[in-house]
Structure formats: C-alpha cells, structure tokens
Design a protein around this ligand. Structure first.
Ligand code: HEM
Length: 170
C-alpha cells in the first residue's frame, strides 16, 4: 500500500516553496513517534505526462505525485502501534530498507532510488561508531526533545544540545 499526495500544476504554482505537510494526528504525542523518516515525502516533482493509474488511483496527465513515506511508516494497517517507540520491532522482523520493501524505504525505491544509499548507510554507521568510541555523551539539563519540524527534510524542532566528553585525553 502506498500513500500518495497529488498536486495539479495550478496547486503547485500557489505552493511552490512549501511541500504538503504530512498529517500528524493531534492525539499523537509527537515526542514518542517511532519513525522519523529523514525524507518524509519521496519522489519529489515526478510529473505524469500521460493519464495513468497507480494501483487503484487514477492519475491525470500534468499531476505531480509524491510518495508519503511518513504516512506509510505511521499506518496502523502496516505497523502495529506505529507511534510507540519500539526499535526492537526491527529485530523481531527483519525489514529491508534499501528499496525492496515499501513498508520502510528511507532511500526511495525503483528507478529513482537514492544512488548514494550504500554510502549513506556506511558513513552513518561510521560516524556513529566514531562518535561513541571517542566521546562519552552526557545529558544536558535541556534533555532531548524529539518534536519534529518538516522542512524539505525532517528536522528536529529544537536543536539537540549534547555535551561530548573525550574518552581519551590528548
Ligand atoms: C542516509 C543518507 C541518505 C538518505 C536517507 C537519502 C535519501 C534519499 C531519498 C529519499 C531520495 C529520493 C528517492 C526518490 O525520489 O524516490 C534520494 C535521492 C538521491 N540521493 Fe540520497 N540519501 C542519502 C544519501 C545520499 C548520498 C551519500 C548521496 C550521494 C553521494 C545521495 C545522492 C542522491 C541522488 C543523486 C538522488 C537523486 C536520484 C534521482 O532522482 O534519480 N544520497 N536520496
């Protein structure tokens, strides 16, 4: 199941600089949201040049379609208790993230999938490993606020302030 957002050309013109906002149900405690896809809306500005169908959806020519990965990762029909912070769900069920499984596709899928996905995975792991190996991370009095703010990518509403103490003194 894919959640799609459609915009006609005239709608695009009036909202050219602002993407449609993923819908966050007001009852959800945003700080506990399980999935924070870095790119909530995939496949930017794909224009249908002919009338076509995507699954049950009719897509008229001249429509820009985007995949709402945010909605997919918060869909109760796909993920049990999607708003619960439960990282062990990915140990219980091994979900591929490189584009072969649309339940979780942070790099997109198909012919326009992110070509840097392997590099992204390798470097994120390397940075994290180096930061943990070289520093001790001490909480500050501000704590960690996971409230989200959607710009072109998903960002933290409040900057993360951390205190990094070198593990080995120079
Ligand atoms: C963790 C890191 C990264 C994430 C989460 C990410 C995510 C994405 C996403 C969601 C897309 C859009 C896919 C779509 O339209 O369906 C994309 C496209 C793209 N990414 Fe990445 N990316 C990452 C790292 C990188 C790196 C390291 C490079 C290059 C060295 C890169 C280069 C590109 C390019 C060129 C496209 C456009 C592909 C196209 O439109 O044909 N990305 N990425």
């Amino acid at each position: 199941m894919i959640a799609l957002l459609w915009r006609s050309r005239s709608q695009q013109a009036s909202r050219r600089l602002r993407p449609p906002q993923p819908t966050i149900p007001p009852s959800h405690p945003q700080g506990n949201i399980e999935s924070h896809p870095p790119g909530p809306l995939l496949s930017w500005a794909r224009l249908s040049i002919h009338d076509t169908h995507v699954g049950p959806h009719f897509v008229p020519a001249g429509t820009t379609a985007m995949v709402n990965m945010y909605a997919i990762t918060h869909d109760e029909k796909i993920w049990s208790n999607p708003n619960e912070f439960k990282p062990e769900r990915f140990m219980e069920e091994d979900v591929p993230i490189m584009g072969s499984d649309l339940r979780l596709a942070p790099f997109g899928a198909g012919r326009r999938v992110c070509p840097g996905k392997a590099m992204g995975m390798a470097t994120a792991q390397l940075w994290l490993a180096q930061m943990l190996q070289n520093f001790r991370w001490v909480p500050t009095e501000n704590g960690v606020d996971l409230t989200e703010c959607l710009n072109l990518s998903m960002e933290m509403k409040s900057s993360l302030v951390c205190k990094a103490v070198p593990r080995i003194s120079a």
